[in-house]
Ligand binder design. Sequence first.
Ligand code: FAD
Length: 387
Amino acid sequence: MLDFVQLEADLDQEERLIRDTAREFVEEHVKPDIGEHFEEGTFPTELISEMGELGFYAPNLEGYGSPNVSETAYGLLMQELEAGDSGLRSMASVQGALVMYPIHAYGSEAQKEEWLPKLGQGEAVGCFGLTEPEHGSNPSGMETYAEADGDGYVINGSKTWITNSPISDVAIVWARDRSAEDNPVRGFLVETDRDGVSTNKITEKLSLRASITGEIGLNDVHVPEENVLPGVTGMKGPLSCLTQARYGIAWGAIGAARDAFEEARQYAQDREQFGGPIGRFQLQQRKLAEMATQITLAQLLAYRLAELKERGDMQPQHVSMAKRNNVRMARDQTRVAREMLGGNGITTDYSPMRHMANMETVYTYEGTHDIHTLVLGEALTGIKAYQ
Ligand code: FAD
């Protein structure tokens, strides 16, 4: 596997173990039929609990069954999962960074004890409901609201583009609390079997096909007071979760690019035209050289981000730069890999075009490329350009 400047030489034993476990899992359980899942528009749901047993959901958290591994180990895990498919890494990102993280950071003791062990084990599935039909890049405009009704809240509204909502047991729903002054955003744990909850599947996707995406309809849904996340109010709640998930994406996208690169490198050696392997042509070698360089630069940024996160110095704008750069890199380089495979490159028999299609989603979700550009613009000038 491409590790051109030997970054992995500095990994400790635990980091190597996690990398190898995830790599082996992807080779044995994901790669054989992920192309078929992509074509069918299905997720290999039988892997959900297996991933839990292997500790793939939020192993960087501490307590409640999570081992508190290093941020590098967590990043490597995301990289290996996304080398399988972005759908797989999305499963781990949502469950870990967008559902377990807010419960861990902002939940009550009872919420933590109830949900963290079973989400960690993959015995329950969670989803994160922030985006609405009319509010994507600007989630603070959300129209979903909760109103106190004595012993709890009644929630109304709709969320869309929600990864895993149709197969979730619980949704973290972000809604405005109309009973409080200034209607602050709050997080609500909404079990999906409550009256008034619907989770229709979105079926028309041409990207991230091996991942279940849906809506969350909330029609007079009653939740008790103990389902409110007590530790946070305001947009800091959802945004801090997104910072965690984007960290994983900055690593994960490298995995998709690396897998496409390895397929192209192998193909260049195996495929013969004009009396020998296409890898002997300078044009093909140039493509491989550029891909390897871009992947290596993205890896350097990811490793540095891990160091900053580990010592508590990682800022959201650092994550914006890494998510923005590494996903764009993967989007560009998976296309080059696809082109090196000629006609075979457009099939699901090989990974590059599947990764390339997936990157359209990864480029768009968790803050579009444009929005991260504006976050960086603000960090660099002090002037906010997106309001
Ligand atoms: P819009 O915000 O309408 O943007 C449209 C275009 O306008 C984009 O190119 C954007 O960059 C550009 N634009 C917007 N504002 C500006 C500006 N100020 N300046 C310049 N350009 C701008 N959401 C969740 O809450 N939970 C999930 O689990 C989840 N999973 C997803 C899974 C998939 C497969 C997809 C596709 C999306 C998912 N999302 C999820 C939603 C995702 O986060 C949004 O799609 C994303 O934030 C963009 O919002 P939008 O689609 O409404 O696009």
